[in-house]
Design a protein around this ligand. Structure first.
Ligand code: C2E
Ligand code: MG
Ligand code: MG
Length: 728
């Protein structure tokens, strides 16, 4: 800029200005005089005046003056105009009133009234005003002037710095915010977490963080392309903001990872509900660039001060919880607990072992009969992989298949399963069908049809006897690819079954377009149907009706009890797979039973489904008065449990049950035999995200520290026990 942004008025003002019309004139004459130019005062004055007028008119700067009380005696018309006034209107207004008040703008503006009362000079003080077009920023300078010794007011200038400020803000926004989603970036959120935790530690407040990772995002990105992936991430950010509310607390760390800070939340009931809401919301279908796609999300939660005091510890632990949530089958949340360190270690070890499991002959297939409900006749079997680990025994495929998927081992494993199942099936005497589970990752490989064709050819299995079970995961992108794959597979003459219906986001829509021969309704969905008030039964009826119309079979999975079997038959589900008929059997057993169309199994099992108590035996502490007993806890439910280990406890006795890691709950004895007490918890336990339960709140480390210094006078006599106890 070639014009000065600040005009120095000097400090020895001489004339009090009386405002509007006279200011420039007097200013000019003062400039003339103060320079002591006696030779040609008129010329200099006029020249200075014109220069200043030019400057005012250029809009780059403006002038102001006040009287001794800080009231405006002059202000450039143009700037008054920007404030919706004329220079005349503003005369007499306190100068400070032009600007946005201090408290909404922070430290800087508080200094203006302060500076004015101290009669200090100031330079380029940033101040803001608000007009119809929004916020404007000014750099304002001022000098006090005096008449003799008496303070007479201020004279000063200002320039518009709105543009500069905006671009500076943009630059800092770029440094602090993720340009794709507008959320805080990793740098920003980690600084925020640092400062929040530091402040909260002093105030003994809690703060939770959630780490969130999208499930199957990579597949969407790969099949629909990066622009679609970007669009999807933006929608994810919007959905997250809707749930979390506070924009500043949600961040994208990069890729498909997000972090949320939740100050002053430690209630694991609330956090679990929120995590479940987030997962449900993100699992709803998305429409990106004309395609529909479905992804999921997993969430790990850690809470300060319980799970860590520094942001480093807290993030690491939330990450461990996230890792465990993903390992637990995706679409889940998980709270951090200290045993996750071991679990993560185990998982890594398992991945190592998995690499050699096939070549070491540790993998086996077992086959579970699928029975036609009307006739009790076995129509086919499902091949289920079994891993017999030399040290750890049988490991569930629910545990190691996700590991295999992540470690790129699913292909070798999948091909082995396919070949083995076909080889076994040709040895069975009848025409039993064999179903093989195909991971969505296998399904996404264009080579799959070729491999299946080769396997069928080399083993000699009739294609109509092979059924491929695929989960809804393959519909995450209803791309042309998916359709082509369906066509190619159908072209081979194999059958297709939709597995685990009811677990993910189940849409009946794709049933009409995908050429399935069978729908397998997931165990959890069927179990849910037996609960009072559940709508699952109605939904199953609708699925069956639709399946019948489309000439598909239906199979209910995981049927264990006779009441479930009855319900399922009533709902007209055609086939049943579950312990009520048979657990998985070996191929050799099928060689015996597989005589064409002759294997009939009579259903047998418990009359009713057991209620959902967690059958576990866990050692916990029970504190009464100043005694701490070691007890075994059984039949834990959210509201109560049985404890064993203390003898002859009267009904009504209160204990504090210590589940460890600061999880204390007050429990009252409601039933008591000599050896066992039924206790009711004062506050219900909540889901730990892993099929287990945990307390809503934990005793904060701060409280524990304080409590150890507190005096105790709780001397009560000890109960007799079957184990030991200690004084606390
Ligand atoms: P899935 O395909 O839904 O298989 C049914 C699961 O339910 C099997 O568990 C089976 O043993 C179990 N099940 C059957 N009847 C009952 C019952 O009455 N009660 C209960 N509680 N469970 C029952 P499994 O063998 O542990 O397999 C778990 C999952 O692992 C399978 O679910 C499937 O998704 C996956 N899986 C198994 N084998 C393979 C494989 O070869 N390849 C792939 N990609 N995945 C596999
Ligand atoms: Mg299956
Ligand atoms: Mg299933």
């Amino acid at each position: 800029m070639d014009m000065p942004s600040r005009i120095d008025f000097g400090e020895e003002g001489t004339a009090a200005s009386d405002g509007q019309r006279g200011f420039l004139g007097k200013l000019g004459s003062r400039i003339g005089r103060s320079r002591g130019d006696v030779a040609a005062p008129g010329l200099h004055t006029r020249e200075a005046l014109l220069l200043l007028q030019n400057y005012e008119e250029s809009g780059r700067g403006w002038f102001w003056s006040t009287d001794a009380d800080g009231r405006l005696t002059y202000i450039t018309d143009a700037v008054a105009g920007l404030m919706g006034k004329t220079g005349g209107d503003l005369l007499g207004t306190p100068f400070v009133d032009l600007f946005t008040p201090a408290d909404s703008q922070g430290e800087r503006q508080r200094t203006l009234p302060f500076l004015l009362t101290r009669q200090s000079k100031f330079d380029e003080l940033p101040l803001s005003t608000v007009d119809a077009e929004g916020e404007r920023w000014w750099a304002v300078s001022g000098r006090p002037y005096f008449e003799g010794d008496r303070f007479a007011g201020y004279r000063g200038s200002g320039t518009d710095i709105t543009e500069q400020r905006r671009s500076a803000e943009d630059a800092s926004r770029l440094a602090l915010y993720d340009s794709l989603t507008g959320l805080a970036n990793r740098f920003h959120i980690s600084r925020r977490l640092d400062s929040t935790l530091a402040a909260f530690a002093q105030q003994q407040r809690s703060c939770a963080i959630m780490l969130l990772d999208l499930d199957r995002f990579k597949q969407v990105n790969d099949t629909l392309g990066h622009p679609a992936g970007d669009a999807l991430l933006r929608q994810v950010a919007e959905r997250l903001l809707k749930i979390v509310g506070d924009k500043e607390m949600v961040s994208r760390l990069g890729g498909d990872e997000f972090q949320i800070i939740l100050p002053d939340v430690e209630d694991r009931g609330k956090l679990g509900d929120m995590a479940a809401d987030i997962i449900a919301s993100l699992s709803q279908p998305y429409s990106v660039e004309g395609s529909r796609c479905i992804i999921g999300a997993s969430v790990g939660v850690a809470i300060a001060p319980y799970d860590g005091l520094t942001s480093e510890d807290l993030v690491r632990n939330a990450d461990l919880a996230l890792y465990a949530a993903k390992g637990g089958g995706r679409g889940r949340f998980r709270f951090y607990s200290s045993d996750l360190h071991q679990a993560a270690e185990d998982r890594r070890a398992l991945e190592e072992d998995l690499r050699d499991a096939l070549t070491r002959g540790q993998m086996q297939l077992s086959y579970q009969p699928v029975v036609e409900a009307r006739t009790n006749m076995v129509t086919g079997v499902e091949a289920l992989i079994r891993w017999n680990h030399p040290e750890r025994g049988a490991i569930s495929p629910a545990l190691f298949i996700p590991i295999a998927e992540e470690a790129n081992l699913i292909w070798t494993l999948g091909e082995w399963v396919l070949r083995k199942a076909c080889e076994d099936a040709v040895r069975w005497p009848g025409e039993l069908r064999v179903a093989v589970n195909v991971s969505p990752i296998q399904f996404a490989n264009p080579d799959l049809p070729k491999i299946i064709a080769n396997t069928l050819a080399s083993t000699g299995l009739r294609p109509g006897r092979l059924e491929l079970e695929i989960t809804e995961g393959v519909f995450l992108a209803d791309s042309a690819e998916t359709e082509r794959m369906f066509k190619a597979l159908k072209g081979l003459g194999v059958r297709l079954a939709l597995d685990d219906f009811g677990t993910g986001y189940s849409s009946l829509g794709y049933l009409q377009t995908a050429p399935f021969d069978k729908i397998k309704i997931d165990q959890s969905f069927v179990h849910g149907a037996t609960v009072d008030g559940s709508r699952n039964g109605a939904i199953i009826a609708a699925i069956v009706a639709l399946a019948e119309a489309l000439e598909m079979e239906t199979t209910a999975e995981g049927i264990e009890s006779l009441d479930q079997l009855e319900l399922i038959s009533k709902l007209n589900v055609s086939h049943v797979q579950g312990y009520v008929y048979s657990a998985p059997v070996t191929s050799d057993e099928l060689v015996e039973h597989g005589e064409a169309g002759s294997w009939i199994i009579k259903p047998s099992g418990p009359a009713r489904q057991r209620n959902d108590r967690f059958q576990m035996f866990r050692r916990v502490g029970a504190i009464h008065g100043n005694h701490r007993y070691h007890v075994v806890i059984r039949n834990l439910s959210a509201t109560g449990a049985f404890i064993e280990g203390i003898l002859d406890v009267p009904v009504g006795t209160q204990f504090v049950i210590d589940f460890g890691e600061g999880q204390l709950v007050t429990a009252t004895v409601r039933r008591s035999t000599r050896h066992q007490q039924g206790v009711q918890f004062e506050q219900s336990l909540v889901s730990d995200g892993n099929g287990g339960l945990c307390t809503r709140h934990r005793v904060s480390p701060y409280l524990i520290a304080a409590a150890t210094q507190a005096p105790r006078d709780l001397a009560v006599p000890a109960f007799n026990t079957t184990s030991d106890w200690e004084a606390v």
